[in-house]
Design a protein around this ligand. Structure first.
Ligand code: FEO
Length: 392
């Protein structure tokens, strides 16, 4: 359990959570990592902790390069438990360490832990602290992902310790993006954005602008999840992707999401999809009995048209569709056109539950479509005509 040097005297002391399959509702089939870093300088600085159940592994990595009694600072970029779960352990081992965080971070630490005796140095955007040969600069990034979130920039190393930003829930045998399949890392970064940061596009844009205003030159982005972005090509690739995702711009694609009970809604979904195909609009179709909600949400970043279909079960949305709609509403995608469709046996009206979510998100919509029992060919033609209104 040794530390790994990622830049001269900058060490990765994180952990890989190979077995993680779910992160507060987000499916993580490739596990995750919780990346912490040690800056070996006149004032040895530890940046971020890890989940409590992986604390021993992180502690061992830190001990491979220094003793906890020599640590001067602990930077807390974010208080969510995946980065602060073992901070009480760290503070027991290094009670002399001063915590560098922002005011919201201090409050969040106090709300989570017994912080008796902990000392703080509070920072805000634009503040800097010298740790010897290095200068730490700070950018608060509220809501990326919690109110307390911030990033730490190591000026002399042109290194951005970005915490949740630019991360991926991705456990792999490498620490660097360059040693992993690039398209896989980008896909994981996109999935992370779609499932964690989607609601906070405005805040992400603001953070990117602030980094530009401060003139931060970035050669390496070391997030607290997944692989490290190194060099101009990789750094520009992920910064560019965040710029696009945060702006809400999309690629005009269509997503059809549905579930089915006896096949009627599946028939409607097929008809809906065919309209986009015939119009030359890229379209993907996801049946929720086979796809996880997290996987579906990735496609929302590229989509202009969202079509959601549900059977009626006991006068309600089909449970998997209801769960998806709730998850999607929380992630609050913007600038979409929505179409709700579905099937029923004896009482219609269930699509209004989907339509009301579309409206709450400020989307353009067309009139929902519901069909009783099995859609015949004339019904298939009718729903196709309805979808054509959407793309007219
Ligand atoms: Fe990786 Fe918001 O915690």
């Amino acid at each position: 359990m040794n530390a790994v040097e990622v830049k001269k005297d900058v060490y990765w002391v994180g952990v890989k959570d190979w077995n993680l399959v779910e992160f507060h509702g987000y499916s993580t089939p490739h596990g995750s990592t919780y990346n912490s870093y040690v800056l070996m300088d006149e004032k040895i600085t530890l940046v971020d902790g890890v989940k409590h159940y992986m604390s021993d592994e992180m502690i061992a990595r830190v001990k491979s390069i220094t003793d906890f009694s020599k640590i001067s600072y602990l930077v807390v970029n974010h208080v969510e438990m995946d980065h602060s779960g073992n901070i009480p352990v760290i503070m027991k081992l290094a009670p002399q360490a001063k915590i560098i965080t922002n005011a919201a971070g201090k409050k969040a630490l106090e709300d989570h832990f017994d912080t008796t005796g902990w000392e703080y140095e509070l920072v805000k955007t634009g503040d800097s602290i010298s740790i010897g040969k290095r200068t730490l600069e700070f950018v608060t990034t509220p809501m990326l992902h919690w109110p307390d979130s911030m990033m730490t920039y190591v000026k002399e190393d042109k290194l951005l310790l970005s915490n949740d930003g630019f991360g991926q829930h991705f456990a792999t045998d490498t620490i660097f993006v360059k040693d992993a399949p690039f398209d896989v890392v980008m896909r994981e970064a996109k999935s992370y954005y779609a499932n964690i940061l989607f609601p906070y596009g405005a805040q992400a844009e603001k953070a990117l602008n602030t980094a530009g205003d401060l003139g931060l030159e970035i050669e390496m982005i070391a997030p607290s999840h997944g692989c490290i972005w190194q060099g101009a090509d990789e750094v520009n690739a992920i910064l560019g992707a965040y710029g696009k995702w945060a702006s809400g711009r999309n690629e005009g694609k269509a997503v059809v999401v549905y579930d089915t009970m006896w096949g009627a809604t599946a028939t409607l979904a097929e008809a809906v999809m065919s309209v986009f195909q015939d119009a030359g609009i890229p379209v993907v179709k996801h049946c929720l009995s086979t796809k996880n909600v997290s996987e579906v949400m990735v496609d929302f970043l590229d989509a202009k048209y969202i079509c959601i279909g549900s059977p009626t079960l006991n006068n309600e949305l089909f449970p998997r569709v209801a769960g998806f709609v709730t998850y999607m509403k929380g992630l609050a995608p913007k600038n979409k056109k929505g179409f709700a469709f579905g099937s029923y046996g004896w009482k219609q009206g269930v699509t209004k539950n989907i339509q009301s979510v579309f409206e709450s998100l400020g989307w353009e919509t067309i009139e929902p479509f519901e069909e009783k029992y099995t859609p015949k060919s004339d019904v298939v033609e009718k729903i196709k005509e309805r979808v054509k209104e959407m793309i007219a």
